[in-house]
Design a protein around this ligand. Structure first.
Ligand code: SAM
Length: 317
């Protein structure tokens, strides 16, 4: 499993995304099923793909594996589709905006941001899935505050402009590499339950659902209008059990609740019979710098993970 670095010519995530997994790739590689390296995995399915760090890494390390990705965020899925169909049509406006943004003063940058945001919201309202709309999505992600994606009750994207000196808005070589991976990837937009038909024997499923908040005040789930509360985590656990029973290798990650409460057994209770490993991560999206330090991430697998220490947990329901 490679560490995907900026210099090495590998496709890497082009979006900033809450819960992005780039920094966890080295630790995660020890959690992938051993069969992945032995040709036993035919298909990789990632139902909560976000910016896709794990999907891109698996795709490039195991080029023979069939790929299926999904996410509930329709604007994100439309962006992947647009890149799959015509990457140059997405790159061209991004290059123009990057030049304009870099040349502008602060007022000019704000004006450009609001102009693109307005056009993006008009596009959201009419269900625009064009390359131009995809370019707006990428521009807003690269120049908006903390790379957040947030819509208000009326469905309008309302993130304010961020402050960046020379943001990389148009990384054309990387977008082309991502597009090449997308051309061999099936995109299934919507809720994770739509993935059932792609999951069975020979499938490796990786789920990275929105985090269960580490404390009552932390609210990562607030960025997703639908939220992902404890009941939603339970429903996902039941789906994972069903996928494992159908013959798939299932891996799920989440923030480790024991970062803040050493006695928390929530996940142990909802994933009986699964293996539990704890690996280290560094958070990058958090408004408070003091919360960006290393925290442990919980990795739950339906099989014994080959490269990390794990315990199998049987907790009576
Ligand atoms: C923690 S993020 C995934 C981050 C990703 N691993 C990365 O490296 O960027 C969770 C993702 O789940 C998506 N999501 C939320 N609820 C969902 C659902 N019911 N079905 C599918 N995707 C969902 C969100 O839109 C978000 O992109």
């Amino acid at each position: 499993m490679p560490t995907v670095r900026k210099e090495d010519g590998a496709a890497r995530p082009f979006l900033k995304w809450a819960g992005g997994k780039s920094q966890l790739l080295p630790a995660f590689s020890g959690c992938f099923p051993a069969e992945l390296g032995r040709g036993g995995v035919r298909r990789y399915v990632e139902p909560f793909v976000g910016s896709g760090a794990v999907w891109l890494a698996v795709a490039q390390q195991y080029p023979g594996v069939e790929l299926v990705i999904g996410d509930l965020n329709p604007a994100l899925m439309a962006t992947y589709r647009a890149l799959q169909e015509d990457v140059e049509a997405v790159v061209a406006p991004l290059e123009a905006w990057q030049a304009a943004y870099w040349a502008a003063d602060e007022a000019g940058r704000k004006a450009l941001f609001y102009e693109v945001r307005e056009a993006f919201n008009a596009g959201l309202a009419r269900g625009d899935e064009s390359a131009a709309q995809a370019a707006r999505f990428v521009f807003l992600n690269r120049t908006g505050f903390n790379g957040l994606f947030r819509v208000n009750a009326a469905g309008r994207f309302n993130v304010p402009p961020g402050r960046y000196r020379r943001p990389r808005i148009a990384d054309a070589p990387n977008l082309r590499r991502v597009a090449a991976v997308l051309r061999r990837t099936r995109i299934v937009a919507g809720d994770y339950r739509q993935m059932d038909r792609w999951i069975g024997p020979g499938t490796f499923v990786y789920c990275d659902p929105p985090y269960r908040p580490l404390s009552r005040t932390a609210s990562f789930t607030a960025y997703i209008p639908e939220g992902f509360d404890d009941d939603a985590q339970r429903r996902l656990a039941a789906a994972c059990r069903a996928w494992a029973d159908a013959g798939a290798w299932v891996m799920v990650s989440n923030a480790d609740p024991r970062n803040t409460d050493p006695d928390d057994r929530f996940f142990e209770t909802i994933y009986p019979g699964f293996w539990f490993a704890r690996v280290s991560a560094r958070r990058s999206i958090n408004a408070r710098p003091d919360r960006r330090g290393p925290v442990r991430e919980l990795v739950i697998t339906s099989y014994p993970p080959p490269g990390v220490e794990a315990v199998r947990v049987f907790t009576p329901r």
